[in-house]
Each structure stands twice: as structure tokens, then as C-alpha cells.
Design a protein around this ligand. Structure first.
Ligand code: ASP
Length: 439
């Protein structure tokens, strides 16, 4: 068995965290390839090294003095080195970074040094080989990943080393310049390494014990999801549940490699296993609940709409022409409702309304704002009758009025629309009926 292990910023924020990471890796000899993030926050008001590096870059780009910020960064790394008691000097590395910043290198180069330096320290601490991501992760000139070249380079290079540290977040472009993924991109590096070496599992270590059934800011102490499929995850992520960078899923999903979300601060917890498919029965009928506030709805009414060929196309074209993405379209016989994000819509609303009138000559248009959508997701719903009934009786008991219902034919999720002020109450009521009381 071969495992790729990625550690997030909070798992590598201090020497103490490094020690936990070292113990986790050394405990299991199958953990052969390690992908570190840059040092993250040590406490809630702390600043991530990546943010400090961007600050440094901005100062340099504006011709301001950046030496103090750079010194601060160097101090953070030195504290880790001293705390680990290893013999390593990053003096030369910092001289090079300083020179490059003076020469006005790209922002991506500056940001990437967080992972680069953390990788050097971790490799030294573990006694693993350091493989610079610039040599194995490749981007096109446009900044998008060159997945074929990357896959080939990674598998070729790593076939020669049994134990290695490959820093996350960055690679290089055809001109040899450093390019980064978007923020949180070390997750993607881990996924690419796992695919290239055909790992048995991609362990993603963070500071939570996996995906939670509901948002802990809404539900008190929600349970952890034991197993979730990629499809379910996608539904929940779309509604705002995040632990993992969305682009990290694709490479491993394509190769059928499961992802295991684990907690560096509670390594005894099994975490969440993300899989392509599973015969394992979910613990509850639903796998998770996620939701978002801030939607507006536009309801168009027109007698005999159902018989008018091309009605939907003409209507949706108005939204397309105005560069507005629609989220859901529940429809009746003579009505169609379009859900959109309120923020982007408000400034264009009058223009959109006028264009709808011109395009489809409706009898009536009604606008409603401050709505929320809640997705109740679960493969267990497919074969269980009464799921919808339980959701709606829970909402009725909680005095929540349901504005909209949408169930995809995959039976993987049910989406309900409620008013923003009912949102938290609704999520709690649904969690309660499926997880706490299991009525
Ligand atoms: N250090 C980078 C960030 O803060 C990338 C990562 O942690 O994955 O976004």
C-alpha cells in the first residue's frame, strides 16, 4: 500500500504541530509521499505565512520597504527549526528570496515560497527527499494545469524515491516561472501526486475530523460524516460546505482513489472517507445538509405557457445576455421561477424585467428577495420512502414556511427554499429529525 498525505497550514503552523505531523507519518510506513502547505494560523488572530508573503510582494511591487515583513517570516520559520532541534539554515534561501523580490518577481513566486520553505524543513525533519514542485507540476502559459505533462513527470520522478516531500500549491510554466493554483491549492497538489503514483488512498490532514453533517455555526456539535460519495460531496460543496479545494477531487476521482479527511489534532478519529461508490449503508438516511442565504426569485406567470414552444429558452436567454447564472428553476403549469444570487442580480433587475417582458410577454412577474436554499443530500434517500415527508413535517413543526421544493430525479438531494430569517431554524429542524432524534 502507498499513501499520499497532505497536511494543511494549521497542521504545520508551529514546531509542536510539526511534531504531531512527524509522529503521524512515522507511525505508518505506507505514508510515503508528503505534501505540505505553508505555515497557517497558530491561533485565530494569527496571520498565514502565505498572506504575509503576498503582503511582502505588494510592498516590493509598490517600491516600498519589505524587509520587516520578510524578517518576520524568517522568524516564523526559524522558530519551527529551533523548536524541532534540527540543523538547518534557511539563510541562503532568504537571501535569494530577498533578491528576487527586489527584482520585482511575480506574485505567484512570492506566495509559493511558503510551501517551498516548509517543504525543506519537513523533508529535513523526516529524513525524506525534497522534490521541488517546480520540477514536477506544470502549468500552461495561460496558468492552467498541464495535467498530462505533470502526471508523467510526477510518476517518473517519484518512481525513483520511496519517501519524499513535495511542497503544495505551486509548479512552473513553460518559461520556467513559478505559477500557483488558487488559494487552498495544496489540496490539488496532493491529489495529483496520489493519481500519478497510483496511491491506495489520499489522506488529507486538516484541523477538523472530517466533513460534518451540517455547518457547526448553525447546528451545535454536528456529527461527522463517515463515508460520502464524490457526487454527494459535490452537491454539498455547491451549497457552501467546504473542507477541500474543489479542483482536488477531479484527479483522484478519475483514478478511483479514495480521499480520507483526517484531523492532525485528533489522529485517532477515522475522519471522512470520500469514495466513488460504496455498498456501506449510510448511518442516517441523509448524508449531509448544506445551505446558502441570499437568493432572489423571479416568478413569471403566463396562461398557456406550457404550450408555448421555446418559452424557457427565450426566458433563460435574457439571463444569459445579462451574464446572470441561474441556480434553480422550479416550474408549474403556467409559472416558472428562476432562482438567482441576489447580489449580482439587484443592480440589473430593472433591465432584466424589461427584457423578460419583451422576450416572452408574460401576464405577471413577481420578485422576491432574501431567500435561502437548503440542500438535503444523501444516497440513502434513494430507497427510503417518506424522506420528503419527514423533511416537511419537521419544517412545519418548526413553523417554517417552504417557498420552493426541488427534488432531482437522481433522488440524491432535495432542495428547499425558505426565507432567510427561517434559514437556521430550518437547518436545525432537519438535522434534528434525521440525526438527533432519528424519528
Ligand atoms: N498556502 C496556500 C494558501 O494559504 C495554499 C494552501 O494552503 O493550500 O492558500
Amino acid at each position: 500500500m502507498k499513501k499520499v498525505v497532505k497536511f494543511g497550514g494549521s497542521s504545520l503552523a508551529s514546531a509542536d504541530q510539526f511534531k504531531k505531523v512527524g509522529k503521524i507519518i512515522k507511525e505508518d510506513e505506507e505514508r510515503c509521499y508528503v505534501v505540505p502547505s505553508a505555515p497557517g494560523k497558530r491561533y485565530s488572530r494569527d496571520v498565514k505565512v502565505t498572506d504575509m508573503l503576498y503582503k511582502c510582494y505588494n510592498a516590493a511591487a509598490n517600491g516600498k520597504d519589505f524587509t520587516e515583513i520578510l524578517k518576520e517570516i524568517q522568524k516564523r520559520y526559524q522558530e519551527i527549526i529551533d523548536g524541532l532541534g534540527i540543523k538547518l539554515s534557511l539563510k541562503e534561501e532568504f537571501t535569494v528570496i530577498n533578491e528576487n523580490l527586489k527584482k520585482n518577481v511575480e506574485a505567484d513566486y512570492a506566495a509559493s515560497r511558503g510551501e517551498y520553505l516548509n517543504g525543506i524543513i519537513l523533508a529535513e525533519y523526516l529524513g525524506f527527499e525534497f522534490v521541488d514542485a517546480a520540477e514536477v507540476i506544470f502549468f500552461n502559459e495561460t496558468g492552467t494545469l498541464d495535467s498530462n505533462k505533470t502526471d508523467q513527470a510526477l510518476s517518473e520522478r517519484l518512481s525513483k524515491v520511496t519517501y519524499a516531500v513535495i511542497p503544495g500549491f505551486y509548479g512552473s510554466n513553460p518559461s520556467g516561472e513559478i505559477t500557483t493554483f488558487s488559494r487552498g491549492g495544496s489540496d490539488i497538489t496532493g491529489s495529483l501526486v496520489a493519481k500519478a503514483i497510483q496511491a491506495d488512498v489520499y489522506e488529507n490532514w486538516t484541523d477538523v475530523s472530517g466533513f460534518l453533517v451540517a455547518d457547526p455555526r448553525i447546528v451545535d456539535n454536528p456529527e461527522v460524516i463517515e463515508t460520502i460519495t464524490y457526487k454527494e460531496l459535490r452537491e454539498l460543496a455547491y451549497m457552501g460546505a467546504t473542507v477541500l479545494h474543489e479542483d482536488a477531487i477531479f484527479p483522484v476521482r478519475k483514478a478511483g482513489i479514495p480521499i480520507n479527511i483526517r484531523n492532525t489534532n485528533a489522529p485517532q478519529d477515522k475522519g471522512t472517507l470520500i469514495v466513488e461508490g460504496t455498498c456501506r449503508k449510510p448511518k442516517y438516511t441523509i448524508t449531509g445538509i448544506a445551505g446558502k442565504e441570499g437568493f432572489a426569485s423571479i416568478t413569471i406567470e403566463k396562461a398557456m405557457m406550457n404550450a408555448e414552444i421555446g418559452f424557457g429558452r427565450k426566458l433563460l436567454k435574457v439571463f444569459e445576455d445579462n451574464d446572470i447564472s441561474f441556480e434553480h428553476i422550479p416550474s408549474g403549469i403556467d409559472t416558472m421561477t428562476i432562482f438567482v444570487y441576489q447580489d449580482g442580480f439587484v443592480e440589473k433587475e430593472q433591465k432584466v424585467l424589461a427584457e423578460i417582458h419583451r422576450a416572452v410577454e408574460p401576464d405577471h412577474i413577481e420578485l422576491e428577495s432574501d431567500l435561502s436554499l437548503i440542500a438535503i443530500v444523501g444516497r440513502g434517500m434513494r430507497s427510503t420512502r417518506g424522506t420528503a415527508a419527514r423533511i416537511f413535517s419537521a419544517l412545519a413543526h418548526a413553523h417554517v414556511n417552504v417557498k420552493m421544493i426541488d427534488q432531482g430525479s437522481s433522488e440524491l438531494n432535495i432542495i428547499v427554499g425558505v426565507r432567510n430569517h427561517d434559514f437556521k431554524n430550518a437547518v436545525n429542524a432537519i438535522y434534528d429529525i434525521f440525526v438527533s432524534t432519528q424519528l
